[in-house]
Design a protein. Structure first.
Length: 585
């Protein structure tokens, strides 16, 4: 009998108590507490985790506790100071270990896993260099509020201090990256420390780290695991009615409201669309918020900010009220100072860049339906007409840009072809650089697709590891990575991890032989172009050498067929596309 967790509010669906199987629930079933859809739930555990009779080791109890709390994957590289934990994972039938070729990949995979599911996966390394190699991936998780459990081996307790082999001040090293950072010094703490770590990762939305000295890993110990239920608050948080009424009144008075939806509201597409229709308001997303509604819906007009549409910029500029939901007002989103109401589950995000008229601290899954009941239906035909016209102008511009007759291939054309051919429920991972810039600007998502990226850290190299994690989570779905020659070459050793684990990810590599975004910046800032060109291997040949499939595309006419082929092959594949590094000609 399995248990499932609602990642929006923490409600537990227990098959045994409910009397029916989660898999048999109808598609329109909703969380009984926060009304979120089925896809907001993650499998927590298959039931009680049985520890073998008698004594186990600290590592075995640690693993049993992780399984009971819904950890399914550990990404890492085994080594001297983690062998006890590695062996306990080997013995577990429920915890899957994925070996990677660099610890950075492990951390990126865990970060992506948290972003896609709302539940943590773990990464595990040795002391010293293994631990420090996690830093960039963990920082990505930290800044994007992705729950991650980081475990590192440490030296034997009696060796910590004098400066032994692979000894660093691990505790201090992780301090600035984590929301919880402890060392497991005694067997008595095993279950409380690991459950506290997972709790902090989920509730504080960040990285929890536990260092485990080598000798502690192997101490014999007996303990019962702590159940998940009863350990978490429900997070269907809302506000007193008079505050929601104030927000509703502001909306009722507004003639030109605009909804700005961020990653925090990514599960709330239905509510957001309903609100947009009731009050006649265009929907704009942040980059990370893309895909909250079908982007061909007439109310959606594009993203705001660096990758934004002219329609979004125009409507925000001329708006008399912004309704900002689950967005942290990043400086990349460039929202101007306007009258605003804001809904956010993180109280510190309220009024982050400038004061707002009404700040509603709580869960948009709860607050949006309450707000909806209080706002008046207000059909503004002129406004809707203007919204349609602005969107049309923007789409015409994108269409004009996507010239399929030019060589090297224009990035806008690649995005256009991918837009036409990707599955309606594809999971798309973006690297950082021009490839992501073009995706954000020119790709129009379906609400059934998912997209993840490195939002705040903006780290290169995340595309491939994120695709590996995505394909593990969604084995039946098409997983597509949009990457560049700069980002991919930082992590390319782990393409073999896709091959080894039969993860048929599709990589579309915008090969422009440049760090093209930096080339662009040098030009804008009037620096001579210098040291941005990249000397590359043949990435398609590399894919084949790894045991995957590789396709080179140089002629734009061959691109549609190459994309069709790549999407139809059930193997990891790199499509190495000779791409124009220039933004506009
Ligand atoms: Fe819920």
């Amino acid at each position: 009998m399995a248990k499932y967790r609602c990642t929006v509010c923490n409600y537990i669906f227990d098959e045994e108590k409910e009397g029916y199987a989660f898999d048999e629930l109808p598609d329109n079933w909703r969380c009984p507490v926060c009304n979120s859809p089925l896809n907001s739930f993650v499998l927590l555990s298959e039931g009680e985790v049985e520890l073998e009779e008698g004594e186990a080791t600290v590592s075995e109890i640690l693993v049993a506790q992780m399984v009971e709390w819904g950890i399914k994957y550990v990404f890492g590289i085994p080594g001297t100071s983690s062998l006890g934990v590695v062996d306990a994972i080997r013995k577990s039938k429920d915890l899957k270990y994925i070996q990677v070729r660099h610890e950075q990949t492990a951390a990126f995979m865990a970060s992506a896993y948290g972003k896609l599911t709302g539940h943590p996966a773990a990464c595990l390394t040795v002391a010293g260099p293994g631990a420090t190699n996690l830093a960039t991936g963990l920082y990505d998780a930290s800044l994007d509020h992705s729950p991650v459990l980081a475990l590192t081996g440490m030296l034997k307790r009696q060796l910590i201090g004098p400066g032994s082999f692979q000894e660093i001040d691990q505790q201090s090293f992780f301090e600035s990256i984590t929301v919880y950072n402890k060392v497991l010094m005694s067997e008595e703490q095993t279950t409380t420390l690991i459950t506290n770590a997972i709790k902090h990762a989920i509730l504080d939305k960040g990285v929890a780290h536990i260092g485990i000295p080598k000798d502690v890993q192997e101490i014999p110990h007996t303990a019962r695991t702590i159940p998940f239920e009863g350990s978490f608050p429900n997070e269907a948080i809302t506000q007193p009615m008079f505050l929601i009424l104030q927000a509703a009144q502001a909306i009722n008075q507004s003639k030109r409201p605009v909804i700005v939806s961020g990653f925090g509201a990514i599960t709330q597409g239905e509510n957001i669309l309903e609100l947009a229709e009731k009050i006649t308001a265009p929907i704009i997303t942040t980059f990370r918020g893309k895909g909250v509604v079908d982007e061909d819906n007439e109310y959606y007009v594009g993203s705001h900010g660096d990758i934004g549409s002219t329609a979004a910029t125009d409507l925000v500029l001329n708006s008399d009220l912004l309704i900002v939901i689950g967005s942290s007002f990043s400086d990349m989103t460039h929202l101007p100072e306007k009258r605003a109401i804001q809904i956010d589950i993180d109280p510190l995000m309220i009024g982050r860049q400038y004061p707002v008229e009404v700040g509603l601290y709580g869960n948009s899954a709860e607050i949006l339906p309450q707000l909806m009941d209080l706002v008046q239906e207000n059909r503004k035909d002129d406004y809707l007409g203007e919204i349609r016209e602005l969107k049309m102008e923007w789409l015409d511009l994108l269409d004009e840009e996507a010239d399929g007759g030019l060589t090297p291939i224009r990035p806008q054309y690649i995005i256009k072809v991918l837009n036409e051919k990707l599955d309606d429920d594809a999971v798309i991972t973006l690297d950082t650089g021009e490839n992501a810039w073009w995706f954000g600007r020119n790709f129009w998502m379906k609400k059934t697709q998912k997209m993840i990226m490195s939002g705040y850290l903006g780290t290169m190299g995340i595309g491939l590891p994120a695709a590996l994690a995505a394909q593990l989570i969604y084995p039946e779905r098409q997983v597509v990575c949009i990457t560049g020659d700069g980002g991919f070459s930082m992590v390319m050793a782990d393409f073999v991890t896709a091959v080894r684990n039969d993860l048929p990810i599709k990589l579309f590599l915008f090969n422009n032989h440049q760090l093209a975004m930096i080339m662009q910046e040098q030009m804008v800032e009037k620096f001579p172009n210098w040291e941005t060109e990249l000397y590359n291997p043949d990435f398609a040949a590399y894919a084949r050498d790894c045991g995957g499939v590789g396709i080179n595309v140089k002629d734009p006419q061959e691109l549609p067929e190459a994309v069709d082929k790549a999407l139809s092959i059930d193997k990891p594949i790199i499509v190495d596309i000779e791409t124009d590094p220039r933004r506009f000609i």
